[in-house]
Design a binder for this molecule. Sequence first.
Ligand code: HEM
Length: 163
Amino acid sequence: TVELNPVLLPLDWLLGTWESDEPGEGCFPTIKPFRYTETLSFSHVGQPVINFMFCAYHAESKRPLHRESGFIRMQPGTNRVAFIIAQNSGSLVEIEEGELTAQQLNLESHTVARMSFAKEPHVQKISRVFQLQPDGRLEQTVSMATDSQPLMQHLRIIYRRSS
Ligand code: HEM
């Protein structure tokens, strides 16, 4: 195995594969609440970059739903973190930036772009928090703002490490 680039040491707790512990909860004022499962994988190849892939499934039918993949970088010598993300649904791309404090990562989109024929409502802003809990589980919450709704929670899910 390749050694982790020292720039990424503050994020070493994220590396590996995570499976939803129990189904996550999705909500938004304009949709029916739903439940989903999700697998996260964070890996590296020695570069100062973490590669990631998130795959979400319908909790009951198990059919594939949402996917995101991208890259994580840290500004050397600081606690600033950037996520570069491509999403399948809505065919969004985004850059989120934020700060790492202990084992909590608070991110906010500063750029969101989409294909010209993406369906509405368009996402205007995304914020999310990754939090490593004292029991070793990982929580992710995602909020979004759309054309019609202010920033509000869309997702909450807890994962346990699977490798
Ligand atoms: C609905 C964005 C992640 C499942 C939506 C809507 C938007 C959106 C804009 C439509 C809201 C409306 O009609 O007002 C996002 C963004 C995500 C994300 C930006 C990530 C940052 C996920 C994930 C799942 C998911 C991980 C897991 C399965 C759904 C479902 C609906 C929905 C089931 C409602 C059904 C539908 O209208 O298609 N999402 N989503 N989303 N999202 Fe997400």
